[in-house]
Unconditional design. Structure first.
Length: 385
């Protein structure tokens, strides 16, 4: 059984070698996506109100929204990511009219100022890396709506989870050799020790990354292939909510609908079936609850409340799936958890290198042995008369 499991572990690792190396490298970088954006693009992604020495207040959201719509009349707003700390600029996601193409704008909600022009969602470096991380830049190949990249990402996440479990089963007593590293041995032995040590120490986080990766890729694939199916994405010509909707009132009202609710994201109607949903978080939620764990939904025509979901009272399954966002990127405990996730997120990359080294040295040794055996079995040449 152990021998069969070892073969399966090796074969699946070779099959998913390149995707896992890409996912590992990009994922470790993306743990610090916000920080990288603010470092590379301080003029659009970062704000400095938090250290200005004076009070700072977001302006009325209706005014902010009017500014975006007035300056970009060829677009409608699809979503608005809200930040109140004075450090991070809002991110406004807009859809070009008569298309299904989404763009991103950075916005200063304290000065009511557009900080960047609309760009496609994979235009900035970290957004391009995020697209590479999830789709390997393969979606849209063959047909415009194909999801090859998402499907490959799903398979890679499944294989990563299998490799994590099978590795622990192959090295059943891994805890007895957590510090064993024989540097004075052959390349194969050293690679094997590194492979075992990296796998053992990183296995909890690798399994978390694999399981959450399965969820995110499966949801994305299901949404695009089964929910949309053969339907083309809706191409809005105008905003899909009533002109009378007061978005600042909705933001204020949402905080009365749910105790301690802090809005972090507004989802606008971007398709005929979609209403207005405010996502946010509440105090007292579990440590892994995301910033989008609670929601308040309003009718897009009347502004009436349709639903208010308190994450603290949600089912266990709902809370678990919501926690996947924080667990996948390690953002649940600030800088400490991010650093841990960044370092251990490199494990699949390092395991790929050490595993490939083990496989190559084993194959080389096997060929050499077969060659030597063939020489030993070859009959001596007949002597000349």
């Amino acid at each position: 059984m152990r021998k069969t499991l070892f073969k399966l572990h090796s074969y699946f690792a070779l099959i998913a070698l390149i995707p896992l190396m890409i996912v590992s490298l990009t994922g470790s970088i993306l743990v610090f996506k916000t920080e990288i954006d603010q470092w590379l693009m301080p003029e659009v992604a970062a704000l400095s109100y938090h250290n200005s020495g004076s009070a700072f207040v977001r302006q009325d959201h209706n005014i902010l929204q009017h500014t975006v719509e007035h300056q970009h009349q060829g677009y409608i707003i699809g979503a608005w990511e809200i930040f109140t700390d004075g450090k991070e600029a809002d991110r406004v996601y807009v859809i070009k009219k008569n298309t299904s193409d989404w763009y991103k704008i950075y916005f200063d909600p304290f000065s009511n100022k557009v900080l960047s022009e609309p760009v496609l969602l994979s235009s900035y470096l970290t957004d391009w890396l995020l697209n590479l991380h999830y789709t390997f830049m393969l979606n849209g190949i063959g047909t415009e709506d194909s999801q090859w990249g998402t499907f490959i990402g799903l398979l890679a996440a499944i294989i990563l989870s299998f490799l994590g479990v099978s590795g622990l089963l192959i090295h059943r007593k891994f805890w007895l050799q957590l510090f064993k590293l024989r540097l004075n041995k052959s390349l194969r032995v050293v690679s094997g020790d590194f492979h075992r040590l990296i796998g053992a120490w990183s296995s909890p986080i690798v399994l978390i990354l694999g399981i959450t990766g399965i969820y995110f890729n499966a949801m994305a694939y299901y949404h695009e292939v089964f929910e949309h199916g053969e339907e083309e994405h809706y191409q809005p010509k105008t905003a899909l909510y009533a002109d009378s909707i007061d978005f600042q009132y909705l933001l204020d009202d949402s905080q009365t609908q749910l105790e301690g609710f802090t809005p972090t994201y507004i989802l606008y109607p971007y398709e005929p079936e979609v209403n207005i949903t405010l996502f946010g978080h509440q105090p007292g939620a579990n440590i892994f609850a995301s910033n989008y764990s609670s929601t308040v939904t309003y009718d897009r025509s009347s502004g009436n409340v349709l639903a208010a979901i308190d994450c603290r009272k949600a089912s266990a399954a709902t809370q678990i799936f919501d926690s996947f966002r924080e667990l996948h990127f390690g953002s649940f405990s600030g800088l400490a958890s991010k650093l841990i996730w960044c370092v251990f997120g490199l494990a699949p990359f390092l395991l790929s290198i050490t595993g490939l080294t083990i496989w190559i040295t084993r194959k080389t040794k096997s060929r050499r042995r077969r060659f030597e055996n063939s020489l030993e079995q070859k009959p001596p040449a007949a002597s000349s008369a």
